[in-house]
Design a binder for this molecule. Sequence first.
Ligand code: NAP
Length: 467
Amino acid sequence: MKPPESFGTPDHPFRIAIVGSGPSGFYAAMALLKENDLHLRVDIFDRLPTPFGLVRGGVAPDHQKIKSVAKIFEKTAGDSRLRFFGNVALGRDVQVADLESCYHQIIYAIGNESDRPLGIPGEHLEGCLPAGRFVGWYNAHPDFSDLEVDLGCDRAVVVGNGNVAVDVARILAKSADEVRDSDIADYALDALAASKIREIVVLGRRGPVQAAFSPGEIRELLDLPGGRLTIAPEELALDPESLADLEKAPKKSSARSNFELLEIASKNTCSEDRRRILLRFLTSPVEVIGNAEGRMTAVRIEKNRLHRGEDGVLRPRGTGETEIIEAGLLLSSVGYRGTRTPGVPFDEKRGVIPNIDGRVVSEKDGTVLTGHYVVGWAMSGPRGLIGIHRGLSAGVVDLALEDLRAGRHCRPGLTACDISGLLEQRGVKVVSFEAWKKIDAAEIERGERRGAPRVKFSKIEDMLEVI
Ligand code: NAP
């Protein structure tokens, strides 16, 4: 079926803006460029000069295999119908109204750029960090490269039982030599080399059966050369409700695999020369305790018991029994959340862009905003491994294409502006994909000296200097 206007033709292709060049943004671009019927042009914007979002700034440096997905995105970026506009921030360099006047549709792929707070006293003390900031720090993300991270204490506490908690615990447990051949930031490598941490205590507010981490991640902790995963056997003694859930779980479920792996860990002992990762369950931090200088010295935790809610979910409830764990570093890894971008609707409660199946809706009355879409974590919250978002982004693109065919779009005229002119007028230093490739080549060259895939630039000025 032909679109109702003369767009979608070789002379007048539909123009789509994707804001955010992380996995979901690139997956959306891939799905759009597969469209054979309509002619399209896709522009991807990123506030950083570098593309690939979470793949570069979130995935752990010792997980290079996961990062190899960037190769697929590079291929997409090589399509002549796609342009990359790096170093262009929505709300700073361009506004939503600018995009509406240049593009038929806008797809927000802006991810989740902040951490959920713990909401306990003392969380602001020095030494207490949201895990997302720590992850950004060791990944050389320009937002976090100046973060003060002190690994000069004996013990660190990680709060949360998801894969991010496992990532940060694993990085803390590794020696500098174990990550030298990764793309970890050079300053983080130095900090690991000087690290005094001997024990990393990981706190789960529920039990081992409810843990959110994946078996693959736990298996990796069991295989650390310089670290040892341990768990007190009594921590695996399940309450009757958890036991019933475990017995009902399918044979190959994460819950069963996790439990089997944790049973192995419960038989582990830790020698002096290794860093110990100690898993604790049914415990919640209730207060971070600090000294007169405002530095954390300990965390007070409370023992929990599980109660089944009317929805069938087992939730933690404090028992009043508390304990103090001395520690100089606390990483709270209790989930990410989105942040508000000027001009884009935002659901403060859920931390996402409000939407119906990816079609953005008004914050005020919930009506669909024609031509505006959202993909990835900005749509759903921080859920799902990277690969899952390929299908999810494609699903939203299907709806967007359906809307284009039906004439539902932002309606820029046939002579609508090209965003390049506007950015030039405003003096924005746009980084094209070709320019990024220069940064890429310089980073790879720096990496050769360290035997690493790359050594990243962590300052935007240094990246722009290369170009
Ligand atoms: P997550 O999987 O949602 O885990 C969050 C954890 O925080 C849960 O254990 C949760 O416990 C706990 N939590 C929440 N509020 C808490 C509180 N107030 N006190 C104590 N604990 C609290 O989130 P994530 O670890 O940030 O990961 C985000 C997504 O990225 C996930 O889909 C994850 O699989 C993915 N990821 C994957 C990899 C990988 O594949 N290697 C690496 C990193 C991240 P409850 O279950 O009790 O709520």
